[in-house]
Design a protein around this ligand. Structure first.
Ligand code: ATP
Length: 236
């Protein structure tokens, strides 16, 4: 089966007054369909650069990326509809309800508003959907962000550090949501610098360090490598 995501030899160099920085130095990653795949690496290892490159927000200096077998960026317009992403902390108007927020986002994205109740159900916010977003916990705001990415019914959902700042209860809710999405056939790519989060939420994982893939496999395999010292990456 064609992987949902394939990245090979990806390179990105930043040039600034401080000099040249190889943020991605021949990075490889494969994400198979139906997985909740963790993208784990220390701060500054290249996760955000990878995700932004994948979404066409940054131009790479080399390498290949394909989503559902289609090369990015050449096929970006076609694959864009298949990918939902949250790569920056979303800002919502606190005085709007979740329902209104999603309805306006549906309008802006050319999605029928009839999708909104289903999406609210998917993220477990239906009961609170008429309340103002400013009354929501951080975890609920994160789930609203996921809901906004689900409006287009993506095949691949990309989340950059979605558990950031969440308490253990919020992380457990995020895990349940990721499991439900994966059971419904969606593939999820979730970046984090915290091993414990990946361990709780994901099926498989790729570890990145200094812009290169260190290892990848099932969470159990990679954890065993990390515990035995075979993988030497400093992780929280
Ligand atoms: P974090 O979890 O801290 O966001 P990350 O794994 O997402 O880290 P990136 O943000 O992709 O890592 O950064 C990779 C490297 O590229 C870092 O050394 C960073 O300092 C550098 N970098 C990122 N963006 C720029 C930029 N716009 N200009 C120069 N260097 C950059």
């Amino acid at each position: 089966m064609t992987p949902v995501l394939e990245i090979s030899g990806l390179r990105k160099t930043y040039r600034s007054r401080k000099g040249v920085r190889n943020a991605l130095d021949g990075f490889d990653m494969v994400v198979e369909a139906g997985q909740v795949h963790g993208f784990l690496g220390p701060n500054g290892s290249g996760k955000t650069t990878t995700l932004r490159t994948l979404l066409g927000l940054i131009k790479p200096n080399g390498g290949r990326m394909a989503i559902l077998g289609r090369e990015v960026p050449q096929h970006l317009p076609e694959v864009a509809g298949q990918v939902g992403a949250i790569v920056e902390s979303p800002q919502f108007f606190g005085n709007f309800s979740a329902e209104l927020t999603l309805s306006l986002l549906a309008d802006a994205g050319g999605v029928n508003r009839s999708r909104v109740p289903a999406v609210l159900d998917q993220v477990g916010l239906r009961d609170r959907s008429k309340e103002r977003v400013k009354t929501y916990s951080l975890g609920m705001k994160q789930r609203l962000a996921v809901a906004s990415a689900l409006l287009k019914e993506p095949k691949l959902l990309i989340l950059d550090e979605p558990a950031n700042g969440l308490d253990p209860g919020g992380i457990r809710e995020m895990r349940t949501l990721m499991r439900d999405l994966s059971d419904s056939g969606m593939t999820v790519l979730l970046s984090s610098h915290i091993l414990g989060e990946i361990q709780l939420i994901c099926d498989s994982v790729t570890i990145i360090s200094a812009g290169r893939r260190v290892t990848s496999g099932s969470v159990a395999e990679v954890l065993a490598q990390h515990t035995s010292g075979a993988v030497r990456v400093r992780l929280e």
